[in-house]
Design a protein around this ligand. Sequence first.
Ligand SMILES: [Zn+2]
Length: 87
Amino acid sequence: MPKIEPVRTCVACRNKGTKENFFKVVMNKNGEVLVETTKKLDGRGAYVCKNQECLNLCKKKRILNRVFKREVPENVYEELLSEFNKQ
Ligand SMILES: [Zn+2]
């Protein structure tokens, strides 16, 4: 039986895919919103495609604020873009 990969949905464009295609942003139990980079983070996750368009849209429309129903600091959006630029 092949392992079934859970399907993620981009918060910006609603496209679906497996986790390799997305950046993951997590809200931990303290309500802090963090970009998951190398280490695995626990908490509620949101996914954004690894493309400039979705990341810009996410930042412009403050999509993560809506997803997590809280004020997400500017640096979280900046960190996503800098992760993208690192690739
Ligand atoms: Zn997307």
